[in-house]
Design a protein around this ligand. Structure first.
Ligand code: NAD
Ligand code: WQD
Length: 337
């Protein structure tokens, strides 16, 4: 299939491009490079041996996006483009609502105009808010605690309404848990601007000596060691989940929703310990107060994705940490060197 990947030079998008190419799809990327680097394209070429067609375009730019659709004639779209930082979304809600919602509206218009009927959307486990229990099933109640999460929830609802109105549209809402790791080559990986917000890129920056210690946000949670527990998933497993979802859309299922996680939870201290093991370096840490909005425990039920997509995560925590470290060690300054 010929697939448009919006946000395809970003962290998850770039890994998904590899899985798409490896499974025989033709890929076109649209990205405005607001949170990614052009160097990703050379790295993708090194890994896949294919020149991936790229348009430096804002998905909200209707004229330019329509021109891409007119020219390329897609059979499907994976929509990664958007802003994703929870804390920043609290500071700049308008930018988050504008970028995440408007890009989706423009994309929907283009898909309708050019008769493209298959869409995979990047949602997030954040739409479960504070779940009443774990594991989290897809039919749990939805709520959010920050503007970023609300954009994901709004978009899920908008796409659900659209799929009811537009018969023949096939849409997969994929709720990712905590993506980490990098391609085994160490050529692509997560390259956050400034000080990382998320745990794993923060730990690797400590391991590489760019930050002095990890701040452990609270050790009084209702978990075995008191620190927060999350469902970390290797980004390459996540990428393969998108290929499985696209295959599912070929069966005309209408709207489908899947968790993409491993079903296992690890605490902050277990993550620090695993990085100590794979890096062979001490990872100093200090316990600091809880981060507002954080929850105790979050991990997925993986039953539905396994049963209906035939997909499950294969890579374990050690591989996630080893691959994150491999990327960080080979690229201490991310893509800029
Ligand atoms: P990322 O920032 O690395 O990638 C997003 C890409 O979209 C970037 O390359 C950015 O330049 C591009 N982009 C943003 N707005 C755009 C616009 N208007 N037009 C064109 N390009 C635009 O983020 P990621 O971690 O790869 O996340 C991809 C998607 O998955 C996002 O929608 C994010 O919300 C979602 N998600 C991420 C996580 C996570 O922890 N990384 C978890 C759940 C869901
Ligand atoms: C993981 C654990 C922290 C940093 C976020 C978004 C979510 C999704 C994935 C997009 C928690 C603790 C963290 C640090 C720490 N993204 N921590 N010190 O918060 O589970 O999920 O990314 O959709 O929407 O909210 O991920 O990596 O920030 O935190 O102790 O410096 O590590 O308290 O328990 P989170 P995270």
């Amino acid at each position: 299939m010929k697939i448009l990947v919006t946000g395809g030079t970003g962290y998850i998008g770039s890994h998904t491009v590899i899985s798409l190419v490896n499974s025989g799809n033709e890929v076109v990327i649209v990205d405005n490079l607001s949170n990614s680097k052009i160097q990703v394209l050379d790295r993708l070429y090194k890994i896949t041996g294919k020149k991936i067609k790229f348009y430096k375009t804002d998905v909200r730019n209707e004229k330019k996006l329509f021109a891409v659709f007119r020219k390329e004639k897609f059979q499907g779209v994976i929509h990664f483009a958007g802003f994703k930082a929870v804390g920043e979304s609290v500071e700049k809600p308008l930018e988050y609502y504008s970028n995440n919602l408007e890009s989706t509206f423009t994309l929907m218009k283009a898909m309708k105009t050019f008769g493209v009927r298959n869409l995979v959307f990047s949602s997030s486990a954040t739409v479960y808010g504070k779940p009443a229990s774990v594991p989290i099933y897809e039919d749990f109640p939805l709520s959010t605690t920050n503007p970023y999460g609300t954009t994901k929830l709004f978009i899920e609802r908008i796409l659900t309404d659209w799929s009811k109105a537009e018969k023949g549209m096939n849409i997969a809402l994929l709720r990712y848990f905590n993506p980490v790791g990098a391609h085994e080559s160490g050529l692509i990986g997560e390259d956050p601007n400034g000080i990382p917000n998320n745990l794993v890129p923060y730990i690797t920056k400590v391991a590489v000596g760019k930050l002095p210690f990890v701040n452990v946000f609270g050790d009084d949670y209702d978990t075995p060691d008191g620190t927060g527990v999350r469902d970390y998933i290797h980004v390459c497993d996540l990428a393969e989940g998108h290929v499985a979802a696209l295959k599912k859309l070929e069966t005309n299922p209408g709207l489908v929703v899947y968790n993409l996680g491993t079903g296992k939870g690890y605490s902050v201290l277990e993550m620090v310990e695993m990085f100590r093991k794979v890096t062979g370096r001490e990872i100093p840490y200090r316990v600091t107060p809880r981060r507002p909005g954080d929850i105790d425990v979050c991990y997925a039920s993986t039953e539905k994705a396994k049963a209906e997509l035939g997909w499950e995560a294969k890579r374990d925590l050690e591989q996630m940490c080893r691959d994150s470290w491999n990327w960080q060690e080979k690229n201490p300054d991310g893509y800029s060197k």
